[in-house]
Design a protein around this ligand. Structure first.
Ligand SMILES: Nc1nc2c(ncn2[C@@H]2O[C@H](COP(=O)(O)OP(=O)(O)O)[C@@H](O)[C@H]2O)c(=O)[nH]1
Ligand SMILES: [Mg+2]
Length: 358
């Protein structure tokens, strides 16, 4: 067992002479559990069982578990016990990534603690790293409690594989003294009559699915929350923009109002000035008219006074004339009685006076 691309099929082909398809890239090439034909090795008849990894590019973990579990359960029912289980790990991997950890977890759930003394962790691809780096990583895999240490503590072993038949044989040799074992999933399905989903591995997959769904739900909620926040922010921005536009509009309206008020004021001042000038002009006209009227009145009064004076003069003249006529008549009458010369003199005198008057 082991993650896709860790060299399981290559190992199986190398030691068994099989010709199972290996993968050259990220696509997995072991679509199903496949057993080699029994082959002779180290004086024993051996059958190797190759499995796909729990990170198949085409099948779900559930599908792969179904295949492996069904195969193992059937083997157990057929009384074909397993002598050893190999878990492959590339020493060239810089660290144990998520895929490797998930595969290892599934591997543990399939085996169970009781089979760990039949388990060998095989590290391969040693040619890809320097000896120092490889040794350091091997030590870490052996001693880090988050890596393989827990299963080593419970009886599992570790071997290097140098991609040679000798190296592969050495690994198989290490199983020669082991008693055949029953894996946990075989017990769970055959002896405890659990469905695959009820096995530890099945429950693990279900827990992962639930965690995935939970994570998806959380991400969706997060997306919705972000979208809502973005929408709220957009709305808030729109509201602010509208508010700014409203304030700007109000300011414009106030400016326009002030401009109109100033224009009205200026117009009112202009009209008031016009009115004032008109009033001044009218007052001037009135004053001139009054002056003219006064002059006319004075002229009329003067004319009346002159007329009255003339009338008075005429009246007086008439009276004087009458008086003089009377006097003349008296004198004429007296002349009859006085000297003619005197009368003549008097008459001449009166005549001169009359001429003066008229
Ligand atoms: N350098 C090196 N490459 C290997 C070794 N074993 C497998 N490979 C290569 O790793 C790739 C994946 O191998 P494969 O056996 O299909 O891996 P599986 O998916 O675990 O069965 C192939 O290109 C192999 O040629 C090894 O021991 N050393
Ligand atoms: Mg394979």
């Amino acid at each position: 067992m082991g993650a896709t691309g860790t060299g399981k099929t290559t190992f199986v082909n190398l030691i068994s002479g099989s010709n199972f398809k290996t993968s050259g890239g990220i696509m997995s090439c072991t679509p199903a559990v496949q057993a080699t034909a029994p082959f002779n090795c180290l004086g024993r008849k051996i059958t190797l069982i190759d499995t796909p990894g729990f990170d198949d590019s085409l099948q779900t973990d559930g599908d792969i578990l179904n295949m492996i579990a069904t195969y193992l359960a059937q083997s157990y029912r057929n009384n074909q016990k397993l002598t050893g289980v190999i878990y492959f790990h590339r020493i060239s991997d810089v660290r144990m990534n998520g895929v490797s950890r998930r595969n290892f977890k599934m591997f543990q759930d399939l085996c169970g603690d009781k089979s760990l003394s039949n388990v060998v962790i095989v590290t391969n691809m040693w040619g890809e790293v320097t000896r120092e780096v490889g040794q350091a990583r091997e030590l870490q895999l052996r001693t880090d409690p988050t890596l393989f240490k827990p299963i080593f503590d419970k009886g599992a072993r570790m071997h290097r594989h140098y991609n040679t038949v000798d190296s592969a044989e050495n690994i198989l040799v290490s199983f020669l003294d082991d008693q055949p074992t029953t894996l946990q999933i075989q017990r769970e399905i055959v002896e405890e009559s659990r469905t695959i989903n009820q096995t530890a591995a099945g429950l693990q997959i279900e827990a992962e699915r639930t965690a995935q769904r939970e994570e998806q739900r959380r991400q969706q909620e997060e997306q919705i929350r972000r979208a809502n926040e973005a929408a709220a922010a957009r709305l808030e921005q729109q509201r602010r923009d509208q508010e700014a536009a409203r304030i700007a509009q109000e300011a414009l309206a106030r400016q326009e109002e002030a401009r109109q008020a100033a224009a009205r004021q200026a117009e009112a001042a202009r009209l008031a000035e016009l009115r004032r000038q008109e009033e001044i002009r009218l007052a001037e006209v009135r004053r001139i008219q009054e002056q003219e009227a006064a002059a006319r009145r004075r002229q009329e009064e003067e004319a009346a006074r002159l007329r009255a004076q003339m009338e008075e003069n005429e009246r007086r003249n008439r009276e004087e004339q009458q008086r003089l006529q009377r006097l003349l008549a008296e004198q004429e009458a007296a002349a009859a009685a006085s000297r003619k010369s005197d009368w003549v003199r008097n008459r001449n005198k009166v005549t001169r006076r009359l001429k003066k008057i008229f």
